[in-house]
Design a protein around this ligand. Structure first.
Ligand SMILES: Cc1cc2nc3c(=O)[nH]c(=O)nc-3n(C[C@H](O)[C@H](O)[C@H](O)COP(=O)(O)OP(=O)(O)OC[C@H]3O[C@@H](n4cnc5c(N)ncnc54)[C@H](O)[C@@H]3O)c2cc1C
Length: 394
């Protein structure tokens, strides 16, 4: 078992780290204040291949593995949670569905544009009344001649209002419930697509989050993504992959909070000495360091399983659950170590906390991760028990 990054992965991490810390980090507080998507940073990241990390080179992607992708999201999130979240959404939710389920024509049309940053991708699944229960969506696509008519409304679509292409989940066979969902690709500017509010958020404020409305949107059948009524299965697979990047985002923010707290505890003097001489502070730092290290290893493990073509859904949920929940504790302890300054916007740790909080909600809440993990544990146990019974009986 290899527990160290290869030379190649290490060099990639260093390149992304240099860029993120020199270009993105100095602007993170300002982006948080203005809430503006940083188009110029995305163009620069596109030049480094970060907008198509796992997309093959034939489509202008970087052609790298999932581990590289996790590393990239961690490093970018260290510098800015907003940029990390939008980057993860673009790769995992914007480009991946087209790469996984697109026809050759759809791949040729969109993947080079997405990987090179000429357009952003977005994923419109969640609706006002269908969040964790994503199979309960109401958006409908009805056959209309040789095409479709799409009607409905989506919420919380990361980059939805600025994306060039959206993957939209819609009911095509309501009688089948969640087994009657199909995904469609809808381009920016399509008649009937109306961009609603960009939400005013607690954290990740420069990652835009839109309401979207579809009013008699006419689609050709060539805009269908994959076979009819396979949308539910598709988005479960897409979200399994996406969870690795949300875990990586949590690790990046937790590492940033830890580094800031460690430096502050060295500089801040109380009772005539740096507060890092106090055992109470050292214990916090020790816990934080362990939580960050363990979370990163869990994220890497999920990424490597995916790269090896092995089942990774349980590990991805475990990594996301652990990294996000412990990331929250790391960011919270960082605020405590900063004392009053931790609560003041001149210091970055309150932003780390706010940005980190979405990792416990997006791409499946912590409670949903526990459902996934629990079901998988029981499925594995049942399969093992049945195999044993067969051996005993046989
Ligand atoms: C900033 C941001 C960006 C987002 N980006 C996207 C995007 O790009 N595309 C997209 O489609 N969606 C996106 N989402 C939506 C996100 O995936 C959902 O918010 C999330 O899945 C939770 O759904 P909900 O908000 O409706 O909460 P609800 O489902 O209403 O959950 C409320 C509470 O009930 C709990 N709960 C619900 N069901 C169960 C259950 N069965 N067992 C135990 N507890 C349960 C939840 O864990 C939670 O604590 C985004 C959300 C945010 C805030």
């Amino acid at each position: 078992m290899q527990l160290q990054l290869s030379e190649q992965h290490g060099a990639f991490r260093d390149t992304v780290r240099d860029f993120a810390r020199s270009v993105i980090a100095p602007r993170a507080a300002d982006m948080d204040r203005t809430g503006q998507h940083p188009h110029d940073i995305f163009h620069q990241m596109a030049g480094m291949g970060l907008l198509g990390v796992t997309i093959p080179r034939e489509y202008e992607g970087l052609g790298a593995d999932t581990l590289s992708y996790a590393i990239a999201v961690e490093e970018v999130s260290y510098a800015s949670g907003s940029v990390g979240l939008s980057l993860a959404a673009h790769n995992s939710l914007g480009a991946a569905p087209i790469y996984l389920y697109g026809t050759p024509e759809q791949k040729d049309r969109y993947l080079p544009n997405l990987a090179s940053g000429r357009m952003l991708g977005a994923f419109a699944l969640t609706e006002r009344h269908a969040g964790s229960d994503a199979g309960a969506i109401h958006t409908r696509a009805v056959r209309d001649g040789d095409g479709w008519l799409l009607d409905g409304a989506k919420v919380y679509c990361t980059s939805g209002g600025i994306a060039g292409v959206l993957s939209v989940a819609a009911l095509t066979d309501p009688a089948q419930g969640k087994r009657g969902i199909t995904s469609f690709l809808v381009e920016k500017g399509t008649p009937g697509l109306r961009v609603g509010k960009d939400e005013d958020k607690f954290g990740c404020r420069a990652s835009t989050t839109y309401q979207l409305f579809f009013e008699h949107v006419r689609l050709s059948d060539s805009q269908r993504l994959g076979p009819e009524n396979q949308g539910f299965k598709q988005f479960l697979t897409i979200l399994d992959g996406g969870r690795i990047s949300i875990g990586a985002m949590a690790v990046g923010l937790a590492q940033a909070a830890f580094d800031a707290a460690l430096a502050y505890s060295h500089m801040r003097q109380q009772f005539g000495a740096p507060i890092n001489r106090l055992q109470a502070i050292q214990f916090k730092l020790a816990d934080m360091a362990c939580w960050v290290r363990a979370s990163r290893l869990m994220v890497y493990k999920a990424a490597v399983l995916k790269d090896q073509g092995r089942p990774f859904a349980k590990q991805a949920s475990m990594a996301k659950l652990y990294a996000s929940e412990l990331g929250e504790r790391v960011c919270n302890e960082a605020i405590q170590i900063f004392g009053g300054n931790g609560y003041i916007r001149d210091y970055p740790v309150e932003r780390f906390y706010r940005d980190q909080r979405i990792t416990e909600i997006g791409e499946g809440t912590s409670e949903i991760q526990k459902l996934v993990i629990g079901r998988e544990l029981i499925r594995e146990y049942t399969a093992l028990a049945e195999a044993r019974e067969l051996v005993v009986a046989g």
